[in-house]
Structure formats: C-alpha cells, structure tokens
Design a protein around this ligand. Sequence first.
Ligand SMILES: [Zn+2]
Length: 132
Amino acid sequence: MVGIRACSAPTKDGQRCGATPLREESVCFWHSPEHAEAAVEARRLGGLRRRKENTIAGAYDFEGLQSITEIRRLVEIVVTDALNTENSVARGRLLIAAAQAAAKLLEVGELEERLRTVEAALGPRLVKKGQR
Ligand SMILES: [Zn+2]
C-alpha cells in the first residue's frame, strides 16, 4: 500500500492511529494539536448524539435495520405515527409506501423460509460441492 498516508499519532492503547491525516499534516483531525478544541467539541456532540439515539431507540423499541423483524418495527412506528395525524394526500402516500415496504418484507421473509427449507433438504449435497 505505497502512497497511502496514515496518521502517525499513537492511540490510547499504544497502537498507531492509522486514520487519514489532514492535508499537509502527519496526523488526523483527532490528533492534530491545532484542532484539539474542535475535536473535544466533536467528541462531546458525538456522545450527546449517541445518548439521544439510545433514548429514542428505547422509547420506540427500535433496535436497528439488521433484520426483517427490526425493519418491520420501523414500518410499524411510521404507520402508527402516520395514522395519528390529520388525513392528507401526503399521509395517504406515506401509508401506501409503508404498506408496500411491509408487503416486500413479507415476500422476502417467505422466500427466506422457502430457501431454508430447500437448503435443509439439499444441505449435505450443497456442502459437498462447496457451494455453502
Ligand atoms: Zn490520528
């Protein structure tokens, strides 16, 4: 990897930082003495942001978008909130979009289930051919 610049500052655990350095500096934003104040403020805002995200995620019982169940939860939140607003064209469009997203999730979930069944039936043969 010749030519790729990396921050030369050490991290807390003694490793090399490795982040992209600032233009014409050997260290990154986080390790630049000239940007120390801004870095402190950015870390503070980042912490506030994460705390706010955790609070909201807890309030909505929302864990992320990693699984069909989690994505479905987001669609449920959107639908519930939309149903609780004044009727409008925008609300109608939002509800239709949510219904389409939910239908797609059902479709994908059904396909995954069918694929699992097929893989369970063909499992030993698939493993032997190195396709799994
Ligand atoms: Zn750095």
